[in-house]
Design a protein around this ligand. Structure first.
Ligand code: KG4
Ligand code: ZN
Length: 355
């Protein structure tokens, strides 16, 4: 006699609205991404050189319905087929988070779909599983984004210990601020990494902030000031009539030298954490993980030290709802986390307090 098993697949609709992307994704279990829609607000904010919170929340309000509808269409399903909603609860811009959470609560109430709140950082931590090559636990993960630069020891989907974090600016924030200093558009990361390709990373010796020898914390405000001072001195030359304006080569050299200094510290401290804890797997994620030079240096240093290095494809490094759906799926499977309607948003990550 053959036993017949009904395999219950879970369809999760993930929604992300913590900053300047309105995103929705549909996942079938943790295996198949059926839809991934991201509506970026960059065009709206770039004229201000950064995200304007009030404008961001208003734009989320306009976009959230069509973005979710598009994701359902892409997945070729209706809301009736959705088993669970996963919504970014925090950290992020409160007004923006509230739009996503209120939308999810309304869907949950009307369609009787359970929902879970997902920490945005937990989303970045599991985003590596959206790639073809998936790591095994435990691993050391660097999450480098616009709001955080944190090193975690990750032992399973929901057990992580913070080993180090930034004491001031996050790595992505440093890229964004340096871009502003150089009159480059927001967000700074993509344009700086592009211009760096034609620059000399050794042209200018910007400081590496290693802090005290045992620390796994980061500090990126000093390098931002160094770039500002360097640029100011160059502008002095213009005023003296020694030079008309900064040349393209000079801009590329500043970008490449700055990028190299940030990459050195991010990779160096992450590898050190893996050595300290004798963990053989290293993961890189978060928006800054889209940086080609950082990806290259992680691979090179990992190879040299005998670590297996994993990172999500670039499209899953910057904010997306697929990582929220995936983290939500694991929360649902734990069955402990199904949330009630009084759940609120929060602005600081619950993962980033040192244990
Ligand atoms: O994870 P993310 O999309 O949003 C946050 O959670 O903050 O990260 C956005 C950050 C921005 O600061 C952006 O400049 C940076 O990631 N970023 C990059 C690159 N692409 C995005 N930084 C360096 N190189 C890149 N290619
Ligand atoms: Zn993020």
């Amino acid at each position: 006699m053959t036993a017949s098993f009904k395999i219950l697949l879970m369809i999760i609709l993930g929604i992300e609205s913590s900053c300047d992307e309105t995103a929705a994704a549909v996942m079938e279990d943790d295996k198949r991404l059926l839809a991934n829609v991201i509506n970026s607000q960059i065009d709206l904010h770039c004229i201000y050189g950064g995200v304007v919170p009030e404008l961001a929340s208003r734009k989320h309000l306009e976009d959230i319905y069509p973005v979710v509808e598009q994701a359902l269409q892409q997945a070729d399903i209706t809301l009736d087929q959705v088993d669970g909603l996963a919504i970014t609860q925090g950290p992020g811009l409160i007004g923006s988070l509230l739009v996503g959470l209120s939308f999810a609560k309304a869907l949950s109430l009307v369609k009787k779909i359970p929902y879970v709140g997902v920490d945005h950082m937990a989303g970045h931590l599991v985003s590596v599983f959206l790639g073809e090559n998936k790591p095994e636990f435990p691993y050391i993960a660097l999450i480098a984004s616009g709001g955080h630069s944190s090193i975690f020891h990750v032992t399973d989907y929901f057990h992580y210990r913070l080993l180090g974090r930034t004491r001031d600016d996050a790595a992505g924030e440093a890229f964004d601020k340096v871009a502003k200093i150089l009159d480059l558009p927001y967000p700074g990361g993509p344009i700086i990494s592009e211009l760096s390709k034609n620059g000399d990373p050794e042209a200018i010796s910007f400081p590496r902030s290693w802090l005290d020898p045992d620390s796994l914390d980061f500090s990126f405000s000093g390098i931002k000031t160094s770039v500002a001072n360097y640029v100011k001195q160059n502008q002095q030359l213009i005023a003296n009539g020694n030079e008309k304006r900064r040349s393209t080569t000079e801009t590329a050299n500043i970008c490449a030298s700055f990028q190299e200094a940030v990459v050195d510290v991010l990779a160096g401290k992450t590898m050190k954490a893996a050595r300290n804890l004798n963990v053989k797997t290293v993961v890189l994620a978060g928006g800054v993980a889209a940086n080609p030079r950082l990806r290259e240096v992680f691979r090179q240093q990992g190879d040299r030290e005998g670590f297996a290095v994993y990172m999500p494809p670039q499209k899953f490094c910057t904010d997306n709802a697929a990582m929220i759906a995936l983290a939500g799926y694991h929360l649902f499977r734990q069955q402990a986390a199904v949330t009630t309607l009084d759940m609120d948003v929060y602005s600081r990550s619950r993962l980033t307090e040192l244990a």
